[in-house]
Design a protein around this ligand. Structure first.
Ligand SMILES: [Zn+2]
Length: 130
């Protein structure tokens, strides 16, 4: 692996807005936490698998939003979710040019680790995680 990370540029940076308001990570975390607790209460009262399913979904989303706040960026294939230091949530696309062969760079997964990989030559790879 090469040492120096190539620079990835944001070719898309879209603020995520809900009802015209900028989405804040703390708000997302609190909403999912409240939803998890609510679904859990429903499950304890009614014992239905339906509310258990929602408990599971909301708690997963709660954990994902905590990870996003801590790591500041999450990769979902072509798109990324990013969280600014002010807590604003953005949808972004990162793109770069391979310093070795000028091919397009893409974020890929190898052995469970996220890497930056050149599309022209698959041996041109860099560590993504800092
Ligand atoms: Zn390359």
């Amino acid at each position: 692996m090469n040492k120096e990370n190539p620079k990835l540029e944001r070719i898309l940076e879209k603020q995520i807005k809900i009802f015209g308001k900028q989405l804040k990570i703390m708000r997302v975390i609190l909403i999912f936490l409240a939803s998890t607790l609510y679904a859990l209460m429903m499950y304890m009262e009614g014992n239905s698998l339906f509310s258990l399913f929602f408990t599971f979904v909301f708690s997963s989303l709660f954990i994902i939003s905590i990870i996003l706040m801590k790591k500041k960026i999450m990769y979902f294939g072509k798109y990324n979710l990013e969280c600014s230091s002010a807590g604003d949530v953005y949808l972004t696309i990162l793109q770069g040019i391979c310093p070795n062969c000028k091919g397009f760079l893409k974020i890929a997964k190898k052995d469970g680790i996220k890497i930056i990989q050149c599309q022209e030559d698959k041996t041109h790879i860099w560590n993504l995680e800092k």
